[in-house]
Design a protein around this ligand. Sequence first.
Ligand code: GDP
Ligand code: ZN
Length: 294
Amino acid sequence: MTEGRIRGRLIRGVGGLYTAADDTGAEYVLRARGRFRIEGITPLVGDLVLFTPGRGEEHGWLEECLPRTSRLVRPPVANISLLVIVIAAEPSPDLLLVDRLLVSAGQSGFSALLCVNKCDLDRSLLPRIRKQYALSEVSVCGLSALTGEGIPALRERMEGEICCMAGQSAVGKSTLLNALCGLRLKTGELSKIRRGKHTTRHAELLEAGGLSVLDTPGFSLLKLDGAMEPEALRELYPEFTGSGGCRFSPCLHDREPDCVVHAAVERGEIDADRYERYRLLLAEVRETWKGRYG
Ligand code: GDP
Ligand code: ZN
């Protein structure tokens, strides 16, 4: 490594000024070297970087972005490793959104965790969700940000990961983050801290209480690069694998004749609701795929 360079992680990037945090959590304000623009590289929040700190009040220089393990277009972030999807008894869960998020996570190659919050209000949701996702290989955990139930286990799971919380508004994401990191965010304020009313809303990495969590304002969907092949969708449903033997090959398991997935749904082995949502997502993926050059 070149003398004087520090390794850190980009936690913020606004108006051409980047903020990196080193191992100790100390923050440095940086500008990117001209080389980044010439090479067409956009530094992203979440990037591991090498930088030269500035002296005194001067900004330092962002020298290099290290290789990424994942990258999203919207929100524009790098290196997420764990997607924490939150649902709750109230507001009523949007499981199509959950499945969409699971597909994005699968495509991007990061793990996902499905959290059922507000267990103090309703104890019946958790077993219902566990049943629907039993064969999906997604871990489902029950939480109450209010009583603290499940919080230590979730914190342990999130340690060492770059996490992103996603889900409908009012499911309790900010309240959970408070409980997890010992932050004092006002509920509903997760995306508003350190932002003026009129500033553009940017993704930001919060490092608190030993956790790294991306604060991604106003987004509930993850947008990836490019269109997805319809055949790729079924690969992200572990409950469908090991179901070779459909009459058509390849079979998209969309009620084609003699489809073993559909037969397994009929027998109650694969959850019927999750299957119907798969078909909805498949129809969307097909539409997007058809229009991909348009
Ligand atoms: P966000 O929009 O997902 O960030 O949701 P908030 O964290 O703002 O929470 C929305 C509302 O749900 C607030 O009134 C919270 O106090 C409440 N809430 C959050 N977690 C729980 C919980 O575990 N149990 C109960 N009963 N209420 C909760
Ligand atoms: Zn099939």
